[in-house]
Design a protein around this ligand. Sequence first.
Ligand code: HEC
Length: 252
Amino acid sequence: MSTNTCRPFILAALAIAGTAFGAGDVALEKAAIDPGNVNSLQRGAANFMNYCSGCHSAKYVRYKTIGKYLSLSEEQLIDNLMFNAEKTFETINAAMPEADAERWFGKAPPDLSLVGRAKGADYVYSFLKGFYVDANSPTGVNNHVLQHTSMPHVLWQLQGYQQAVYTEHSEEDAEGRAVTTQHFEGFEPVTEGSLDAEDYDLFVRDTTNFLAYIAEPIRSDRRKLGVWVLIYLFVFLIIARMLKKQLWKDVT
Ligand code: HEC
């Protein structure tokens, strides 16, 4: 007889407003990024270079392009973002050689040029907020969004460590068998980081904003263009109507 065929745990839809379901059953938190906010993108770029580029590359992205879209001068680029590059036309390479990374983590850290589009901003945001202590993991942490991830909690100094809180619920299924499910309730802080929860959210949001932006750097241009196209169509509509009136004047 088949017993409990439920997943080991079913993650409850959190009572957080604005959660969306992404990969699997995990409720993703809305990243609420603003791609038009250049300050946020600049902070995100700095966060990425300081905390992520040691392991992750962004091979399809040139410093030059970032500088152009983030309104940074060449000097600002070189001083603030280019730690392991010399020329602004270079792309963002990871400081760590891929083979070493693979040996240390069991899996090479993926290139993050396109992750914002491939997995979505909500995923990246929730992933960076989803690390929790797990004594059974070699890195000491697990991740709520990507279970058994080999990425360590690299932002622990900022966020501190947190634990995941689950509650068990027993219910009877249609045939009267007891089914126990674990509901994810949320995280509880274990140690404090240098940022409070609100500032950590902001840090992660900026970083996510930057990753979403590099995955689609011309998005803001496209938006601007879209507005002009609409204005053009509107003006053309008026002209067309005037023209129609003019042409039909003598007919009717
Ligand atoms: C110490 C090395 C290291 C650093 C620093 C690091 N990562 Fe990672 N990251 C990894 C490894 C290893 C993986 C592969 C994890 C896996 O697939 O289990 C990974 C995977 C990821 C993924 C993909 C998750 C998925 O679902 O495939 C994202 C997104 C990510 N990292 C974002 C970041 C961001 C943003 C930063 C900077 C705040 C960062 N990482 C810093 C090692 C690192």
